[in-house]
Design a binder for this molecule. Structure first.
Ligand code: LIP
Length: 270
């Protein structure tokens, strides 16, 4: 696979193999007991030894499979963008707080980007072994089933997931948005891992999802799964999905949800 750019399917094959081994390591380390190794942006933004070990394992495996590629990860960084050729985007454990507390809602998220466009992605739940995959134009899948997003058309009937940041001021702003939005939807779910939230929305186990403050590693693989299952995945007012805001909703729900989130300044605050 040297020289010519690999196909999305070839990259997905590598991603799945690497993510499965990474999830096994994360599960084994969880069973052995995990603790906080350090904190990052705030005292509640924790990293465990497993986050670091899993990312090192993923980077080593990708380097062995494709020595020339760039790897960008949550814990060790890397080339943020603009890499010609293939760039891998990895969140070793998305939902680290869930992982720390032993809640079965955390995942290895790995995406391959070619010339700045995500073309393949896998999200694997560390606890349950559920695995979502997608390739650009090739659809979204879970365990061999092709995924289709919700067909809900009424915002008032929609089950919407969201999340809160690690900064208290941001959480207060996000809570004010939820305090209003909750009266416009069926209910809100806060489960704690963006990559899994996007995958559940991809298969209609949620109707929609939105969150402010996501990084590329939270969004890359789950975002492709969501798009390939039929969801619109963007920011506010035509902006791309990114740290300001990510909205993932079926076409029929997108406009009413977007209108409410814009009115509630969901991309605002600290
Ligand atoms: C988490 C996201 C989640 C968000 C958390 C945190 P991490 O990522 O997946 O959606 O609400 O604040 O950012 O830190 O576990 O990789």
């Amino acid at each position: 696979m040297t020289g010519s750019t690999p196909t999305a399917r070839e990259l997905l094959g590598i991603a799945v193999e690497v993510a499965r081994e990474a999830a096994d390591t994360a599960a084994r380390m969880r069973a052995e007991g995990v603790s906080v190794a350090a904190t990052k942006s705030t005292a509640t933004d924790v990293v465990t030894a497993a986050d670091r070990a899993v990312e090192r394992q993923v980077v080593a495996a990708l380097r062995a499979a494709r020595p020339g590629d760039v790897v960008y990860g949550e814990e060790y960084g890397g080339a943020e963008a603009g890499a010609d050729g293939v760039r891998w985007i990895v969140d070793p454990i998305d939902g680290t707080v869930n992982y720390l507390y032993g809640l079965p809602y955390c995942a290895v998220s790995l995406a391959a980007e070619v010339d700045g466009r995500v073309v393949a992605g896998v999200v694997r739940n560390v606890a349950t072994g559920e695995e979502w995959t997608a390739t650009a134009g090739g659809g979204a899948w879970r365990d061999g089933q092709r995924l289709r997003c919700s067909t809900e058309t009424e915002l008032g009937q929609a089950l919407v997931a969201t999340g809160f940041g690690y900064d208290a001021g941001r959480r207060r702003h996000q809570a004010r948005v939820v305090a209003e939005l909750i009266g416009d939807v069926r209910d809100i779910r806060r489960m704690g891992a963006a990559a899994l939230d996007l995958c559940l929305a991809a298969e209609g186990r949620l109707d929609a999802y939105y969150e402010k403050g996501l990084a590329a590693w939270d969004l890359a693989a789950g975002g492709l799964v969501a798009e390939e299952a039929g969801l619109r995945v963007t920011g506010l007012n035509g902006r791309p999905a990114g740290p300001d805001l990510v909205i993932a909703a079926p076409p029929a729900l997108f406009a009413p949800l977007h209108t409410r989130l814009a009115a509630l300044d969901a991309s605002g605050g600290p």
